[in-house]
Ligand binder design. Structure first.
Ligand code: ADP
Ligand code: MG
Length: 596
């Protein structure tokens, strides 16, 4: 009796389904791609329970006849390639003929379709991969595919799905991505009976791309954008990106499309970051929407079943081209914003790249801000640090403190009996405010002031929905937010320290990014919100500070529970003792170097 046996078709197809179908959003991606392949100019998406119960995609594309309706659910059934050579010249998204079969294997699918101009249509229903009904149907325009009861026959996979808010956010992101790449197609999204997104078709070829970027990303993000364009014999390139003075503090809004396919390609990111290297500060990232069009034979999408990663045949050439066009666009952008000027360096300028060879250097470091203070007061029990630490940092030395002045428009210098110290005014102020807010939260004293005029913040719909999902938590923290149309929120009340329109907008944008990570624990949400409030309300680097304010800040900081670092983990102060000074100047009797 052999121990190796052939898997049954049923087991095999469920395993194969796992590669394509991870969650409602991965199904939606396949369905939208099919609609686009069929030439759709309008795509309607409807979801119930964020797609776990029902996900329906209807399009006005070319449609299918009865025979194709039945075939399309079969494995390896595709209209897009017939022979191996076709892979070389592929211009469609799909080609494996796998997606619908995989979806059908783990759900209840119905396909209704009609060819353009046909008098009659056809409908097919399948359950767990088996066709249970196939019959004539009224002719509809295009194709409607609905997927019900996802994973009903693989309950273990059902458990891996996350909350409805999370899954809905992922659905929205898929639509946003498809919409960015296909401005001439209209997209509508309805979930739980509510309209969540409407993007009209844009027909003017010249302006469509940019208009779509504005309607998807929202006006606040789409400000201060540059365009880098280049065309060679075999490649067209258009990259929309942040002006150097308008970088974001996250890399969430970075999209690349190759022949309209959303892709991840290290080479493109590396070229982008390389171009920004002289201008970019640590923790700052460009927004980018990049479109490349090239001969399908010049790259390979067949690397990964989800077809997300691609490889270019000539990586070096692509790298150079992107680098050059982005660098040129940045250089042309006159009057760089304040962040660019070297004398205004807020944080250390990051330089991740060794000079050569350019494109084998590591991808831009994934580290965003060092989130060192994760176990933070008041949300942790590790309230260990005493006020005036003498072991290790910080040394406050002995008062009275004398303020010597500000340098680099960012650091405050003080002298005391034991030595001198330097405060980073922004980090110190952030640290103080963070703790103060934390304490008032604990004692239920968080204040909130109603704004005379609400402040509106336009965001991508997926980001707006992430913020609105945390509405109640934000209210606890003094923020009252409300939906404003589909892709925006408006802020009605804020913590008293935060009322400048720009600060409020930036805070909300930051929160939208923070909340985008996998599901956050309540404490993380609080911590992130508090640190965002603190950061936006804090004295900025480059704010001029008088002696009184400087001394008050020092006093506040010296009374903080964890004065040594700001909520992002950057140090707030550096101390230089008299002993250290003496040692550095080689004075006799000076204390020896540690470890000597
Ligand atoms: P692939 O897209 O890789 O060919 P799929 O399983 O996604 O494989 O789809 C199988 C086939 O079903 C497609 O090749 C196409 O002919 C047909 N099809 C699927 N969705 C649609 C649609 N919305 N409109 C027209 N034809 C479709
Ligand atoms: Mg497909």
């Amino acid at each position: 009796m052999p121990i190796i046996q052939r898997m049954s078709e049923d087991v095999f197809s469920r395993i194969a389904a796992g590669e394509v179908v991870e969650r409602p959003a991965s199904i939606l991606k396949e369905l939208i791609e099919n609609s686009l392949d069929a030439g759709a100019l309008r795509i309607d998406v409807e979801a119930e329970e964020a797609g776990k119960k029902i996900l329906r995609v209807s399009d006005d594309g070319g449609g299918m006849d009865a025979e194709d309706c039945r075939l399309c659910l079969e494995r390896h059934a595709t209209s897009k390639i017939h022979a191996l050579e076709d892979l070389e010249s592929l211009s469609t998204f799909g080609f494996r003929g796998e997606a619908l079969a995989a979806v059908a294997a783990v759900s209840r699918v119905s396909v209704t379709s009609a060819l353009k101009g046909a008098k009659e249509g056809w409908t097919v229903e399948a359950e767990a991969g088996r066709i249970v009904k196939s019959s004539p149907a009224p002719a509809i325009r295009g194709t409607a595919i609905s997927v019900r009861d996802l994973f009903f026959n693989t309950p273990a996979r059902l458990k891996f799905l996350k909350s409805e808010e999370f899954e809905r956010g992922r659905l929205l992101s898929v639509i946003e991505e498809a919409a960015l790449a296909n401005p001439e197609t209209a997209f509508f999204f309805k979930s739980e009976g509510k309209n969540r997104l409407s993007l009209e078709a844009l027909c003017n070829k010249e302006s469509a791309g940019t208009e779509r970027i504005v309607s998807v990303l929202g006006e606040s993000l789409a400000q201060n954008l540059l365009v880098a364009e280049r065309e060679t014999a075999d490649l067209r390139l258009k990259i929309v990106l942040s002006a150097p003075g308008a970088l974001l503090n996250n890399r969430r809004f970075q999209y690349w499309f190759v022949n309209r396919r959303p892709v991840e390609a290290r080479i493109l990111q590396q070229a982008l970051y390389r171009a920004y290297t002289p201008l970019r500060l640590q923790g700052r990232h460009p927004l980018v929407v990049g479109y490349l069009e090239l001969d399908p034979a010049a790259f390979d999408v067949n690397v990964h079943p989800a077809k997300r990663e691609i490889r270019f045949r000539n990586e070096r050439e692509i790298f150079d081209l992107v680098l050059r066009s982005v660098s040129d666009a940045l250089a042309k952008a006159h009057s760089p914003g304040p962040l660019l000027r070297p004398d205004l360096t807020e944080y250390r300028v990051e330089n991740n790249f060794s000079s050569e060879p350019a494109f084998v250097a590591d991808a831009p470091s994934a580290k965003v801000e060092p989130e060192a203070r994760t176990a933070l007061l008041p949300f942790s029990s590790s309230a260990t640090s005493s006020l005036h630490k003498t072991d290790g940092h910080p040394h406050w030395f002995t008062p009275p403190y004398r303020y010597l002045g500000q340098i680099e428009r960012s650091y405050l210098i003080f002298e005391a009996a034991g030595g001198l110290f330097v405060l980073d005014q922004h980090a110190a102020s952030e640290c103080v405010l963070f703790e103060r807010y934390g304490e008032s939260l604990l004692s239920g004293r968080i204040l909130s002031e109603r704004l005379i005029l609400p402040i509106s913040v336009s965001l991508p719909a997926s980001a707006a929905s992430r913020v609105l999902d945390q509405k109640d938590r934000l209210l606890e923290l003094g923020f009252e937010v409300e939906a404003l149309g589909k892709g925006a929120v408006q802020v009605l009340s804020t913590p008293p320290l935060l009322q400048k329109e720009k600060d409020v907008q930036e805070a909300v944008q930051k929160l939208a990014e923070d909340f985008g990570e996998a599901r956050l624990a309540l404490n993380d949400i609080r911590r992130k919100t508090l640190s965002t409030i603190a950061c936006k309300a804090a004295v900025k680097a480059h704010d001029p500070l008088g002696e009184k304010e400087a001394l008050a800040l020092l006093d506040d900081l010296s009374h903080a529970q964890e004065p040594q670092s700001c909520p992002h983990g950057r140090p707030t102060m550096i101390a230089l003792s008299r002993g250290e000074l003496a040692r550095r100047f080689g004075r006799p009797g000076a204390p020896p170097l540690k470890g000597e």
